[in-house]
Design a protein around this ligand. Structure first.
Ligand code: DX5
Ligand code: ZN
Length: 214
C-alpha cells in the first residue's frame, strides 16, 4: 500500500479561526483535512455542516475527507460533494439504504467509505467491499475528540486486510491516535491516520505530523 497519510481532524481546531488553522495544517505537512460532521442525533454532539465544507474548499489544495456522523446521510451526500468533499465516509447503520448512499457518492465523482464503529464486525464491511474506496475503522465511539484509543479495534485489521485483498481500497483509522500507538497502527497496514487532539495540542504541529508518519 501507498505511504502513510496524516489527516488532522479540524474538530479540535478553533472554529473561529478555521481559515488560519487550515493554512497552518497545510504548512505543517498534513495530507488531507478530516472534517467531522455531527448532527446531534446519530451522535450526542453537533459540529458543522455543508457550509463549513464549502468555505474550507477554496482555501486549501488538500483533499477534504468528510466523515458524516449523521442519520440518513443519503439525503446530504450530494450536497457535501458539491461543497467540495473529496472522500465521504458514513456509518451504514445510520442510512436507510447504505448501498444507495455509496452509489450516490460515487456517481457524484467522490470516493466513498463506510465507517465501522468499534462494536461493528468486519462482516458488515464485506457487504460493501466491491463498492467502496475506503474503510474507516473507528478506534473510539464517535461523538467527541480526545477520547482514549480502543486497542482491541486493531484485532479487526487482520480480517479487514484479508477482506480487502488486492483491491484498491484505503484503510483509515480515526480516534485517540497519538505517537505511542501510531506505530502499531501503521504496522497493521492502515495507511490513513486521523488525529485531532494530538495535532492540535502539540506545541509544534510540523513535528507532530512528521512524527505520526514515522
Ligand atoms: C470522533 C471523530 C474523530 C475524532 C478524532 O467522533 O470522528 O475524528 O475527533 O479526534 P482525536 O484524535 O482527538 O480522537
Ligand atoms: Zn472522524
Amino acid at each position: 500500500m501507498s505511504k502513510v497519510m496524516i489527516a488532522p481532524s479540524v474538530l479540535s481546531a478553533n472554529f473561529a479561526k478555521m481559515g488560519e488553522e487550515i493554512a497552518d495544517l497545510e504548512r505543517c505537512g498534513a495530507d488531507m483535512i478530516h472534517c467531522d460532521v455531527m448532527d446531534g442525533v446519530y451522535v450526542p454532539n453537533i459540529t458543522f455542516g455543508i457550509k463549513m465544507v464549502a468555505d474550507i474548499k477554496p482555501i486549501t489544495k488538500l483533499p477534504l475527507d468528510v466523515h458524516l456522523m449523521i442519520v440518513e446521510p443519503e439525503k446530504y451526500v450530494e450536497r457535501f460533494i458539491d461543497a467540495g468533499a473529496d472522500i465521504v465516509s458514513f456509518h451504514p447503520e445510520a442510512s436507510k439504504d447504505a448501498h444507495l448512499t455509496v452509489r450516490k457518492i460515487k456517481d457524484k465523482g467522490a470516493k466513498a467509505a463506510i465507517a465501522l464503529n468499534p462494536d461493528i464486525p468486519v462482516s458488515v464491511a464485506k457487504e460493501y467491499i466491491e463498492e467502496v474506496d475506503m474503510i474507516l475503522l473507528m478506534s473510539v465511539f464517535p461523538g467527541f475528540g480526545g477520547q482514549k484509543f480502543i486497542e482491541s479495534v486493531l484485532d479487526k485489521t487482520i480480517e479487514i486486510k484479508a477482506l480487502i485483498g488486492n483491491r484498491n481500497i484505503e484503510l483509515e483509522i480515526d480516534g485517540g491516535i497519538n505517537t505511542s500507538n501510531v506505530g502499531e497502527v501503521i504496522k497493521r497496514g492502515i495507511n490513513i491516520v486521523v488525529a485531532g487532539n494530538t495535532v492540535f495540542k502539540a506545541p509544534d504541529r510540523k513535528k507532530i505530523i512528521a512524527d505520526l508518519r514515522k
